[in-house]
Every structure is written in structure tokens, then in C-alpha cells.
Design a protein around this ligand. Sequence first.
Ligand SMILES: [Fe+2]
Ligand SMILES: [Fe+2]
Length: 255
Amino acid sequence: MKLLFIGDTVGRNGCDYLFYNLRKIKEKHGADITVINGENAHEHNGIDEKTAETIFNAGADIITTGNHCFRQKGFNNLFEHTANLLRPANFPDGNPGRGVCTINVNGFKIAVINMLGTVFMSPLDNPFTTAERIIKTLDTKNIFIDFHAEATAEKKTFAFTQDGLVTAVIGTHTHVQTADEQILPNGTAYITDAGMCGTENSVLGMDIKTSVQKIRYHTPVSYAEAQGTSFCNGVIIDFNPETGKAKSIKRIVEH
Ligand SMILES: [Fe+2]
Ligand SMILES: [Fe+2]
């Protein structure tokens, strides 16, 4: 069985790209399940009802998010009432929505967990112990974790603690695809970052000029979405749904 994962989808261009190309990409790679990180789907960051609907209509089964999950108005209602839209599981109790969901695919249960790193990020609940607690409650071995984090060492350390317990740990958040995909010794697929989906000639999907103003000159401008043609980064994970072990992980870059 194959799971297609696409990294942080950025703005209008990222959503449009998925709307016009996702079905083709799923077919090309023979994806049975599609998971997409949508934490930057709204043109001003975060995700709202319209952008979530666009990504689901494009062909995503599950949308994960990250540190920007609650940026748009109406997030309470959206996360509370959209079963397959996840926010990081280690947000403190009392927040809307959920950080894990399970779907049935070809007679097999597939669980997806969304988790946020805490190194150089907000001090949420401990992602390691939160994951241990959640995994004990799941009645499937087919478990995919979107580990949305800044620090490469935290991502890789987290992956080794999950090796053999889950099918894959897929890093997101940096918007830059890493070339370190591997199957860990006990059968868990891993990549430090899946990359992004949005404008290619950009700074992580954002306009180059405003990024220069902000980073080169420290001018207090707001980021704007870059314009131009889009690309899409992700991974295809082939796994055995009887054992939950990954067979292969392959990076994809589509134009
Ligand atoms: Fe992001
Ligand atoms: Fe992020």
C-alpha cells in the first residue's frame, strides 16, 4: 500500500497547484492514501474553511497542520468539526480539534498523528511522551506521524524513538526538502523534511522582495505570497499494511 505525503502547502498558488495537479500525481505514483500539510494554505498563513475544502476537494484524505494552525478566524469551529483536519496533538488540553485520526483504506486502518516539535518553537506538551501515550490507544500498526519541527536533531531523535512503533515519521515546517530519506533499522520510514507545495522561485513560498526587506533590512513588513509557477515536494511511502512496516520511501518533486 502506498501513502503520498505532501509538505507545507503555501497560499493560493499551493492550493491552486493541488487543485489542478493532485489527481494526476496520485495516479502517477499509485497512491492509496494522501496526506497533505496545510498549515500555510491561507494566503495570510494558517488554514480556513475555504482552503481546507480546496485541499480536500483536490484529493487529500487527511490534512495536517503545525504551528500556524490557529491563525485564521473561525479556527475553533473548523478544527472542532472537520474530522480529518488535524492540529498538533501536543497543544494543551482545551484547544479545539484533534491531533490524531484513523481512516479505513482498502480494509486496513491507517492512523495519522500530527505533532509539533518544541526545540526553537513554542513550549507545548512533550512530543515524545504525547506520542507514546497516543500510540498505546491506537488499534492499528499503520501509523504515520507528521512531525512539524524546526530543529533537524529533534526530528531525527524523535524518529529513532518511534522506530519499529510506527510506519513513518515525516518532517515538515522548514519548507525545504531534505535528501536524507531512509528506512530506519526497525522498519520506520523517515525524512527530516518533505518540503513544500507553492511558488518555486521564492523564499519558502514567500515573495523575495519582502523577504529581503524583512531579513536583510529588518524592515517591519508583512510577508506576501510569491507569484510565479509552482512546484510540489513530498514523499511516497510503500508499506505492508499487515505489519505496519515501511518497504521504501521515495522523494518526489513535481512541476
Ligand atoms: Fe509551514
Ligand atoms: Fe510551521
